[in-house]
Ligand binder design. Structure first.
Ligand code: FAD
Length: 312
């Protein structure tokens, strides 16, 4: 029995049917391609989370958290470890102290946006069109429409799955930059506190309606993970890809979106290898045409270093 099998067996003994063995990881992402994980544990309360953390601590078994899977590409071979998915208690949202909001990591960003506007608060409207969770947004420093998590994040409640330790980390210590934090796969965000400002509910509703309309007009639906590459300084990755002739580029079951060149659409029943190959070819096109090397925003999981021209 390998380490992974032993740890999965212990998790099953501890948490029963909340552990899905040989879980279809790729299906839980918005690309809906990619392979399986050794196990997926659905954690919906603190007691279960402590058990998961103490079972994993010190084992060396690969582990990571999945939120809404809207920024992930999973290799077709899958992930030889345990994925943790927060649900239940972790989807809560509460206003404390008038302008401070506590949001659980599993809370959906559009729900947090609408709820905070409904409470007469401003500062989180931007998130109405981002299909991720609070946990994923903290890890990614997600943002859009001129705002990002760092603008309102006060602190995050983080569990180190290797050490089993839980800490409140001030936002200033998370090294939040454009689509970056210093959190790693070992760090699970349990929730966070957001500092917002008093606002006008009707104005907030209008701002969100405009954002939703803009997204419908400018971004494709279907199987994708949003922006594939980060924008280089003073440039738009989408515009660079389009002017390099990348729009419509297809490899097997994956294609650069005709609606937005920084999105890749995967076909139903497609494979992650094709998405990766489109990424590689687009990157080459842009480097050749503009001398700019694009960096992925999407987190790639389960690929080897030899398969990717960038570091994971
Ligand atoms: P996942 O995709 O599940 O995970 C992303 C990363 O975060 C992984 O490394 C994962 O391990 C980690 N993670 C997830 N949950 C936790 C947790 N609780 N604790 C610790 N780490 C965790 N992003 C933007 O920033 N701006 C946009 O405007 C935007 N638009 C998008 C539009 C579309 C149509 C799509 C499909 C995606 C878009 N995205 C955008 C990307 C994505 O929604 C964000 O990056 C989002 O923050 C990811 O959240 P998630 O819960 O889906 O994370």
């Amino acid at each position: 029995m390998t380490d992974v099998d032993g740890v999965v067996a212990r998790l099953v003994a501890e948490l029963g049917d909340r552990v899905l063995v040989d879980a279809p990881f790729g299906e839980h992402t918005t690309y809906r391609v990619g392979g399986r994980a050794a196990a997926m544990v659905v954690v919906d309360d603190h007691e279960s989370l402590s058990r998961v953390a103490s079972t994993l601590a010190g084992t060396g078994v690969p582990v990571m958290t999945i939120g809404r899977g809207s920024n992930l590409l999973i290799a077709d071979r899958g992930f030889p470890g345990v994925i943790v998915h927060l649900a239940g208690d972790y989807a809560g949202i509460a206003v404390v102290d008038e302008t401070v909001v506590i949001a659980g990591a599993a809370a959906k960003l559009p729900v947090v946006a609408r709820t905070t506007v409904g409470y007469g608060l401003s500062g989180f409207e931007w998130a109405v069109g981002v299909p991720g969770s609070i946990g994923g947004a903290v890890r990614m420093n997600a943002g859009g429409h001129g705002a990002e998590m760092v603008d309102s994040l006060l602190d995050a409640d983080v569990v180190d799955l290797r050490l089993g330790e839980r800490t409140i980390v001030p936002a200033a210590d998370l090294d939040l930059r454009y689509r970056h934090s210093n959190l790693t796969a070992d760090h699970l965000v349990v929730g966070c506190r957001l500092g917002l400002t008093p606002g006008d509910e009707r104005k907030g509703q209008e701002v969100m309606a405009e954002i939703v309309q803009w997204r419908r007009a400018n971004q494709p639906g279907g199987q994708n993970a949003g922006s594939v590459f980060t924008n280089p300084a003073d440039a738009s990755a989408g515009e660079l890809i389009e002017s390099a002739g990348g729009k419509g580029l297809r490899v097997g079951s994956a294609e650069v979106s005709a609606k937005h060149a920084n999105f890749i659409q995967a076909d139903e029943g497609g494979v992650a290898a094709d998405v990766l190959q489109v990424m590689i070819e687009v990157r080459m096109l842009v480097e050749y045409a503009h001398g700019i090397v694009l960096q992925p925003e999407t987190h790639l999981v389960g690929f080897t270093d030899d398969e990717m021209p960038w570091r994971s």
